[in-house]
Design a protein. Structure first.
Lengths: 166, 383, 674, 106
């Protein structure tokens, strides 16, 4: 069990626990958000182990630093109180969802066991230089489309959330 | 390899964090007093010696330790307890990436005086910055107090916006040094460039030989003057330093997010802030003021000169000391600059802070990127 | 190939009337302003006169050529498709041989006279010029189509002409379309013609198909005739008629169906009597002289095919004979002057087909020519009678016109003499020739054919004389007001009649039978036969002069008998026909109602067809099946499905939507990764 | 080395947790967060598979990572609009409970 493997299992455990924490956390939403952040950071750690350094940093900066803060921002802005789990009927939905979850879980694990061992790494695999080059040579259209999407999202969010000043 | 890292990180912890941070509290008090034509704190003494007030940080520490640690009722206990730690730890671990010495080969084995040198160096700082944000946000929210909540909100909004502009303003530097690793940047800054060289490069004029003598150290600030200004403003805003300290704007929302904190956890918040000041100073020196490089003397000239007389090992030792001294000098200068800025500029209104970020710094930094790109293309590859 | 020399004049014969027609068409349709009457007259009559002159010139140059030579004038390849074995190219080429030159002369000659006549005839009831111009436009178009039909060098051009004349007959019958009955008659003529044309088309396809399979795909008459030997032996498996049919017979029959449609033979003759709804010059030109003879021209043009197809020829002969008899009997009881002449035309056409069927093609053509003359004469004379009687066509209201319009009377008398076959006039010679052909034919039961021919000759002369006596003799039964008005027509109407009368008299000369020729010392007297001889397969028949004389006498006898009876009934004892009609109640009624053929067709074909298409096709399939089941059905189905099933999926709760999404995703994933 | 099949397994687990979160929770914000979690699980799978097929030294294949960046961009956009909706929903209904907005039904 090499160091990376140990680290990976640690991060994996952390991610799963905080994910469950987020979902189960009923009383207050900020706690859910916090557990989500922990999941994000754990995943960033795993990315580093999988040689995706730039993506790890961006994961922390964007997901951890911006998106979840946005969640916190909204939660704090709206000053929400906790919500409960809903009437009995919900229980049926929850049970079904849980069952599906477990079923999918076991089934996928079984399916994905036996993948080949990770091959040796070409030099400079996940670094910012290669990803930058890939982004702006092969996937330049993708980048442009993404920028377009983000502008649209900004405008959309603005219109949705703007207080009607009439 | 591991021992080296441990030694270096211990060195950082002791010298930088434990040593210099408390001194900064003193510097701030003293400098602000001198600027306002008053003496400043000098009462605290140990057996009569006041050392111009240097004892005060010690006194503060003991004072805060003795204070009762109050947790407001209805507050989310765990979050309230954790948030100062989350605020302070990132500030400390930010030093891992800052090089305080050059790259030397001693006895065939090469070592560089930087705790960790991942190839995405500077991004590490930004990542840490975005984690630190949670400390303030959680503090604001968990202390069950409207003013602190407001403080937390303002802090998160401000930090998010400035994170964007911080990233963009430093892109110029990336382009010039075409690397993200701080150590490589400093190595790149460790020589000089001909001042009038740009005439030759940009306009193709021939420059007479004697003008070559006028040289400047190849520091980031000379390549990226606008970058220096923008980065300084954004990183101070990121750190919620006075010109931008609306989150804890005393006049409007009392103490902002760390309102409900007392005792050592309040001390932690303060300590975090001052370590941030140190980080900013260290970062600015590394990126813009050439880090550990001695102005007109590159590492080779120093080692070459001394090695001839006293031998290789001794020369490198001298060189290390020289580099560390130049680094510390620049850091002190930057601290002074920040304190000066703090005590001269009035606090920005909250919307002004936001406008400054989105409407002024963002366009400027983007323009800076384009201009730098243009110059680099004209100069034909990175100089 | 038979030697041919090109003559650029040929193209102008059909082109001139076409140009006039186009001019009139443009003036009516596009310019929409009435052109001055003299210009219309000048143009239309001028062009037809030009064509007539050209025809004469060309006829003269053809006569000069050695026997069997033809004049050809090719413009361009009209339809060129495919190459080698699978090629089909129809050249736009005109060919003038003996047969077509005779036809062009008849068409343009009689056409010119009728054009002149119709200037007068159409004058009074078309004060506004557009109707006048429209009439001449159609007439010119008709002349163009007929000339195309006659001069066309291949089957496709002939078919073009065939359709053209059909169209023009429709247009002209329904000329006064404001009256619904005329429009109905026009469309009836067109539809019945179309049925015939269908047969004609099938014939063309079969012929072309056979030739192509034999390796010589062509539609030109000359080439067909040349490579006809290849397909004459081909046979077609007849499904339940016992032995196989010879392909040639089948093709002949198909073409004959086309001929029946166009020349109003027995099954498809119903449109001709109703065609009388058109103006009289139209009836004269189209339904007497030219269009109806197209069938006879076609049969004689394909004479080599019919000669090699005994069954087809027999059918042609028998149908011709029966039609002649049938139509003649109906003509007896008709009271409308134009109806009588219409049935007489049908009957005379029957005669021509009888001759054609018995391989007496020259006889058929000869009768065609003479018939064109005296039938046009009779129609135009009837026209002037109608004009005189102010559009009164019922002969029971006429009578005693002898004194009032003596010129028409004289001319009508000549026509009646010609048609009933009194010796010196043309009718006698051509009818006699046909009877001789019937007598000597190899068709089974040709004696019976001769007998029918003879009897029909008698009936023909009877109903013609009846018509003559009723209209011209006795007191005028017209209303008092009309009686004063009766006056002779202006010269522009009467002069063409005199010309036609002269032609009717002298027409016989062009085909003066050889038997009399020898008697009178003229060696090649039958000039028409000599002229057309080369074209038709010569059937050797040697007939003793005595039998010919006997047959001639028999024919004259029958004509005289017809005259006698008619005189007896309508002049001597006028009450006789009334008592006969009362006595023979049923047959008379049968004749009067034209054997109820129209009603029969209506009941057997038209009504069931309409009912079929209405009930079965429309209500059953279109409305019921397609609209009902397919369109509305699916719509109802989808609405039902949505209302009772899909509606409940929209529960309004996001949870259930998410749940459905998950189930869907898992299902797909399960399917993919099974 | 990092066992890749466990990486994909982890991604599957996280995804399922996300799905369960979306299915069970009635608070729209938590649902949005669960969706974020699902997206992250997908990112993990991308990175894992990319690590499995990094391409030859000459031609490094970074499709997976580029895609992850795009997913992050899309996620950011989605969150922005999603929270916009949450705010407007809260303004109209004074609650973020999904059951409240059930007007659009048969």
């Amino acid at each position: 069990m090499t160091v990376p493997a140990v680290l990976f299992y640690a991060f994996a455990a952390l991610a799963v626990l905080s994910a469950i924490g987020m979902v189960v956390q009923v009383r207050n939403t900020v706690a859910s958000a916090m557990s989500l952040v922990i999941t994000m950071v754990a995943l960033a750690g795993i990315y580093v182990l999988l040689e995706a350094h730039l993506v790890a940093v961006i994961q922390i900066m964007v997901y951890g630093g911006a998106i979840v803060v946005l969640f916190l921002f909204v939660v704090m802005l709206l000053n929400l109180r906790s919500d409960d789990f809903g009437p009995a009927r919900q229980r049926l939905v929850r049970l079904a969802a849980a069952a599906i979850g477990v079923f999918a879980l076991t089934w996928m694990l079984r399916l994905f066991s036996g993948l080949p061992e990770a091959p040796p790494l070409p030099e400079g695999f996940g670094g910012y230089r290669e990803v930058g080059i890939a982004l702006y040579t092969d996937y330049v259209l993708l980048v442009e489309v993404a920028s377009l999407l983000l502008t649209a999202a900004i405008v959309g969010a603005l219109i949705l959330a703007k207080r009607k000043i009439d | 390899m591991l021992i080296g890292v441990i030694v270096k990180s211990l060195f950082i912890l002791i010298v930088m964090v434990a040593g210099l941070a408390p001194v900064i509290t003193w510097i701030e008090r003293k400098q602000s007093a001198v600027m306002q034509d008053r003496i400043g704190a000098n009462r605290a003494d140990v057996g009569g010696i006041t050392l111009l007030g240097l004892m005060h940080p010690l006194a503060d520490v003991f004072k805060l330790l003795s204070k009762e640690d109050v947790v407001p009722t209805g507050a989310n206990r765990i979050m309230h307890l954790i948030s100062p730690v989350i605020a302070a730890v990132p500030a400390v671990i930010a030093f891992a990436v800052v090089p305080f010495g050059g790259v030397y080969t001693l006895g065939g084995e090469e070592f560089s005086l930087v705790a960790a040198n991942p190839d995405w160096g500077l991004l590490y700082i930004f990542a840490i910055g975005s984690i630190a944000m949670y400390g303030t946000v959680m503090a604001g929210w968990s202390s069950n107090n409207n003013w602190s909540l407001l403080g937390g909100l303002r802090a998160s909004a401000q930090m998010i916006s400035y994170e964007v502009t911080m990233g963009l303003s430093v892109v110029g530097i990336f382009m010039v040094f075409s690397t993200l690793q701080l150590q490589d940047m400093v190595v790149a800054q460790d020589d000089t460039f001909r001042v009038f060289g740009f005439l030759e490069v940009l306009f193709g004029l021939s420059v007479p030989a004697w003008l070559d003598f006028v040289r400047l150290p190849a520091w980031g600030v000379f390549y990226q003057p606008l970058g220096f200004v923008l980065f300084l403003t954004t990183i101070m805003a990121e750190n919620k330093r006075p010109p931008f300290d609306t989150p804890e704007g005393e006049s409007e929302i009392i103490a902002g997010y760390h309102l409900e904190y007392s005792g050592m956890r309040f001390g932690l918040f303060f300590m975090a802030e001052f370590i941030e000041v140190l980080v900013i100073a260290a970062l600015m020196t590394t990126i813009f003021l050439g880090g550990w490089s001695v102005p007109w003397l590159t590492t080779e000239t120093i080692i070459g000169g001394i090695a001839g007389v006293f031998g290789e090992g001794f020369a490198t030792g001298i060189c290390i000391i020289l580099h560390f001294l130049s680094f510390m000098l620049k850091v002190v200068f930057m601290i002074w600059l920040q304190m000066a800025l703090r005590w001269t500029l009035p606090r920005f209104r909250y919307d002004q802070v936001m406008d400054l970020c989105w409407k002024i710094i963002l366009p400027l930094s983007i323009a800076n990127v384009f201009v730098t790109g243009g110059i680099i293309l004209l100069a034909g590859g990175t100089s | 190939m038979v030697n041919e020399s090109s003559d650029p004049l040929l193209r102008w014969i059909p082109l001139l009337p076409l140009l006039a027609a186009i001019f009139h068409g443009v003036m009516i349709g596009v310019v929409r302003r009435a052109t001055p009457r003299w210009l219309v007259i000048a143009l239309s009559c001028g062009t037809v006169a030009g064509s007539f002159l050209l025809s004469c010139v060309v006829f003269a140059s053809l006569a000069g050529l050695p026997d069997g030579a033809t004049l050809v004038d090719g413009l361009y390849t009209w339809i060129g498709a495919g190459v080698g074995e699978l090629r089909f190219n129809a050249e736009l080429r005109f060919r003038l041989d003996a047969l077509s030159s005779v036809m062009t002369l008849v068409v343009t000659g009689v056409g010119l006279l009728i054009h002149v006549y119709s200037i007068g005839y159409m004058d009074d009831d078309h004060r506004d010029d557009k109707g006048f111009q429209r009439f001449f436009c159609y007439l010119n178009l008709f002349t163009f189509s007929m000339l195309m039909l006659v001069l066309g060098d291949n089957l496709v051009l002939m078919f073009l002409g065939w359709e053209g004349v059909g169209l023009c007959s429709y247009l002209l019958i329904g000329f006064w379309y404001s009256d619904r009955f005329n429009a109905y008659c026009g469309s009836k003529a067109f539809i019945v013609n179309r049925i015939g044309d269908f047969g004609f088309l099938v014939g063309i396809f079969l012929l072309f198909g056979a030739l192509a399979s034999a390796g010589a795909p062509t539609v030109d008459f000359a080439e067909i005739r040349a490579s006809f030997g290849l397909i004459s032996e081909m046979t077609v498996p007849a499904p339940f008629w016992g032995p196989e049919w010879r392909l040639v017979d089948l093709i002949g029959l198909c073409f004959f169906v086309g001929a029946c449609g166009k020349s109003a033979q027995l099954p498809l003759y119903v449109w001709l009597p109703d065609a009388m709804a058109g103006p009289t010059p139209v009836s004269a030109l189209i339904h007497a002289a030219t269009m109806v003879t197209a069938g006879v021209y076609m049969v004689s043009r394909l004479s080599f095919l019919y000669a090699a197809a005994p069954v087809a020829s027999a059918v042609v002969a028998w149908v011709g004979a029966l039609t002649a008899l049938f139509a003649a009997t109906i003509a007896i009881a008709q009271t409308d002057i134009k109806k009588v002449l219409a049935y007489s035309t049908v009957s005379q056409l029957g005669y021509m087909f009888l001759a054609a069927g018995c391989a007496g093609y020259t006889g058929a053509v000869f009768h065609l020519v003479t018939h064109a003359f005296f039938k046009a004469l009779l129609f135009l004379a009837a026209g002037s009678v109608i004009l005189a009687m102010h559009h009164e066509q019922d002969i029971r209201k006429m009578g005693g016109l002898r004194r009032r319009i003596w010129q028409t009377h004289a001319v009508f008398l000549i026509g009646v003499l010609a048609i009933s076959g009194i010796p010196p006039l043309s009718g006698f010679f051509s009818k006699d020739e046909i009877l001789v052909a019937a007598w000597t034919a190899h068709v089974p039961g040709h004696l019976w054919l001769y007998a029918i021919g003879l009897v029909t000759a008698g009936i023909t002369s009877f109903y013609m004389w009846r018509l003559y006596f009723v209209v011209f003799w006795g007191e005028s039964r017209a209303s008092h007001h009309v009686r004063e008005q009766i006056r002779e027509q202006p010269p522009v109407v009467v002069n063409p009649l005199w010309v036609l009368a002269a032609l009717a008299c002298l027409g016989g000369a062009i085909g003066f039978p050889q038997v009399y020729g020898d008697a009178l010392g003229i060696e090649r007297s039958h000039s028409l036969n000599n002229f057309l001889g080369g074209l038709f397969p010569v059937v050797e028949h040697h007939l003793a002069h005595s039998t010919e004389y006997a047959m001639a006498l028999a024919a004259i006898g029958m004509a005289g008998a017809g005259f006698g009876i008619a005189y007896l009934c309508y002049v001597a004892r006028p009450e006789l026909p009334v008592r006969a009609a009362a006595a023979l109640k049923v047959p008379y009624q049968l004749l009067l109602e034209k054997y109820y053929v129209d009603e029969l067709y209506d009941a057997l074909i038209v009504r069931p067809l309409v009912k079929l298409s209405d009930v079965v096709l429309f209500r059953g399939i279109d409305a019921g099946l397609i609209d009902g089941v397919a369109v509305n059905g699916t719509a109802r189905g989808v609405r039902g499905l949505a209302a009772h099933g899909l509606k409940y999926l929209q529960s309004g709760f996001t949870q259930s939507y998410v749940f459905l999404m998950i189930v869907g995703a898992v299902a797909i994933l399960g399917y993919l990764l099974r | 080395m990092v066992p890749l099949d466990h990486v994909i397994g982890l991604s599957a687990v996280l995804f399922t947790i996300g799905v369960v979160g979306v299915a069970t929770r009635r608070n729209l914000i938590v649902m949005l967060m669960s969706i974020e979690l699902m997206l992250n699980a997908v990112n993990l799978a991308f990175i894992g598979f990319n690590r499995m097929w990094p391409g030859e030294p000459g031609a490094i294949a970074l499709d997976g990572q580029v895609f992850v960046l795009m997913v992050i961009a899309v996620a950011a956009a989605e969150v922005a609009v999603g929270l916009g909706i949450v705010i407007s929903m809260f303004r109209n209904r004074d609650s973020v409970d999904v059951e409240v907005v059930s007007l659009l039904r048969w």
